[in-house]
Design a protein around this ligand. Sequence first.
Ligand SMILES: Cc1cc2nc3c(=O)[nH]c(=O)nc-3n(C[C@H](O)[C@H](O)[C@H](O)COP(=O)(O)OP(=O)(O)OC[C@H]3O[C@@H](n4cnc5c(N)ncnc54)[C@H](O)[C@@H]3O)c2cc1C
Ligand code: SF4
Ligand code: SF4
Ligand code: SF4
Length: 369
Amino acid sequence: MKLEPKLSFDHLQKEVIDKGTCGRCGGCVSFCTANRIGALEIGEDGFPQYKKEAECLECGLCYLICPQTIDLNDTLKDEFRWKAPIGHVEDLYSIRATSNKIQEVATDGGLVTALLVHMLKNNFIDGAVVSKRDGLFNRKSVVATTSEELLEAAGSTFSEALHLNKMGTEYTSCAPVVQTIHEYSKNRKKLNKLAVVGTPCQIDAVRKMQVLNILPSDIIKFTIGLFCMQCFSMERLIDSRFLEIHDINLQNIKKMNVKEDFYLHMKTGEVIHIPLEEVESIARPACLACKRFSNDFADISVGGLGSPEGYTTVLVRTIDGKRMIANALSDGGIQKFESEKEKMLSLVNKFAEKKMKRGIATLKKLDIN
Ligand SMILES: Cc1cc2nc3c(=O)[nH]c(=O)nc-3n(C[C@H](O)[C@H](O)[C@H](O)COP(=O)(O)OP(=O)(O)OC[C@H]3O[C@@H](n4cnc5c(N)ncnc54)[C@H](O)[C@@H]3O)c2cc1C
Ligand code: SF4
Ligand code: SF4
Ligand code: SF4
């Protein structure tokens, strides 16, 4: 009988990191560290690397939970009743926060922040992994345990920071959410019910850990998945002359959001529309090889796409998702807009298919199936 070689981080290095598809979610390092193996660390460039190679047990779990590997994809699809192109949808809505304070700072309707505030207030969770602006472009993953902290992390905006040219490859608009779950889990005696907000790659890593029943995923009780076309790379922003071409002064940006196009809301009141194809020039290379858009394995998936201005599109995926939305609606923290569900659904399908095609084409170029 021929023995299969054991899986280890070497396989991740070769098949994911070296090929340029690592989304730096931190999942592999979190698992290895949370289980006190300690073979891995996040390097200065934000990518995982060996810390002590000799400690590696060749358990292969870092490989299995990586969102960029495929071994557990069918298990996830079965578990979440997945069907093409955007997975199982129980129901869908356009929703906004009723609080003006939240609406003012939110990316779209503030549903994410309002729902988390509701869950915290009613003790469904002890905290939530969200991501706070950190400097000009970067987002820092944090655990918010108060309504004020949730409000601080709402939205997606650029800050006033200046030192563009000092920022290296480690700066992206994506936050290492899974790594933060691990750090938080050290406090598990006090706090052990967590919600997580994340992009599809991050939520997939969490779900793979849950399928394998491994630490630190047991403390995650609710997942809010963001739609995602791409994260941005500071390095590419500088190299591509994107700001110059579109005549954008970073200091004047009030807020940004993504629907059919990329929108920049300026402090002057002007709104700049940039077609998504043009935004690809500043996307992280790993994101161009990614096929996920609609966060198919989260409890609820959310985006701006498909809803009127000031509302968030919500796809309810699970029974927990359904209960939580119903609960917050009856509590009054959020409100629905009577939207055309078929129209919303077909728009989300269209973007999911668009992203799938782009991912397949990029992977083909990289010679990855
Ligand atoms: C990288 C990225 C790409 C996206 N692409 C699309 C898209 O193509 N189409 C679309 O319709 N919607 C997209 N979205 C989702 C959309 O921008 C809104 O986040 C979503 O509609 C929720 O809006 P809200 O007003 O309800 O959220 P808010 O109440 O404003 O809360 C937003 C929450 O997201 C968290 N967050 C912000 N940035 C990140 C990040 N980088 N990683 C993890 N969490 C984060 C914040 O901490 C906050 O908790 C994207 C979001 C991100 C972060
Ligand atoms: S011990 Fe397991 S999780 Fe850690 S690096 Fe080795 S194979 Fe990966
Ligand atoms: S688990 Fe995340 S950080 Fe680790 S190799 Fe995969 S994508 Fe990169
Ligand atoms: S496109 Fe979004 S889901 Fe895909 S790797 Fe990038 S951040 Fe993750």
